[in-house]
Design a protein around this ligand. Sequence first.
Ligand code: GLV
Ligand code: MN
Ligand code: MN
Length: 405
Amino acid sequence: MKIHEELKKLATFSASENPSVTRILYTKEDLAARAYFISLCEEAGLKVTVDAIGNTFARWEGTQPELPAVATGSHIDAIPLSGQYDGTVGVLGSLEAIRYLKSINFVPKRSIEIILFTAEEPTRFFIGCLGSRMLSGQLQREAAEKLKDSNGLFLNDVRTTAGFTGDLNSVALSKDHYHAFVELHIEQGPRLEKEKIDIGIVTKIAAPSSLRLKLIGEGGHAGAVLMPIRKDAGVAGAEIMQTVERIALESKSEDTVATTGIFDILPRAVNSIPKEAYLEIDLRDTNIETRNKALDDLKKEVEAICKRRNIQYILEMVNCDPPAICDEELVNTVESVANELNYTSKKMVSHAYHDSLFMAQLFPTTMIFIPSKGGVSHRPDEYSSPEEIEKGVMTLALTLKEMVG
Ligand code: GLV
Ligand code: MN
Ligand code: MN
């Protein structure tokens, strides 16, 4: 299959050195990677269109183009210093699946559309699934236009400079736009490898949420300001970071996970008391009640810690999404396709989020997982073998074949 060379080539569009990949939304690496993908789609005879946020659609027209198409795809943006397979396997795997179906002279009734979603990762504008969130209508123009990156640049300016100029209100899709959606992705966890299973079929995607917290204390001389009168934003942040971990550990749900992925202090001088701290917190659970309870507990603890330490704070909920329940019929279709191919398979929950989280709000959706070596992801040593990838591609191809008739 051509996908293996294409994955390697795609990995070269990176702001960090191989084997790591860093591909941030609307940077030159992102734009070059998109152009490469579009050239491959055009070579395969697909018709490519792009929406106002940069979601890219590559269509294989069926014999009944008036019927809603079946969609597949994933993302190609990559968080700093991550790996080569997250998202990319689903994007290039969709193309490989279509090339396979063409090679066996299959003629689809419904059209098939590959979607390259804009920015599944929250790196640049702090919100995950930007493209699919807008497709689902969960994020609309007014809110999207207010999004700013860490350099203070507005999404609207950056996207238009990158060449995506349409009206953001035109991005949202109606519920009858697609017949169904299926996403091929690496598992990003250890379960398939451990149990020696070829294919995971996703039945549910955990509910993500994220928060930004700015702590404002009082700076000063590290020698001259004595301890009783300090308002150290750094230690307040450190206490909150510990609390984030404790809340997840003490949750009644074993699927509650909480991470303080960003923790910065100012002014960052060894002999200066931190006057400000800035935290970004990711909190998720498969169960929405325990996720929301953990969020409430965290808010209360932040208030108590800041009060005790005389710290002002600004807490902003960036996103708080429901879980996605996958379509049972579609899950069963993937399962029977895997059986037909003599692959072992298992139904499973996705603890990571994906564009499918938002596609599932509109269309019957499921995901096809393949094993991740050592369960590793968001790291340069992320790996799925060529054989594992090919099994994923074949499962996707025959699932699409089944779905388009
Ligand atoms: C997606 O990359 C996630 O953070 O789950
Ligand atoms: Mn990811
Ligand atoms: Mn991903």
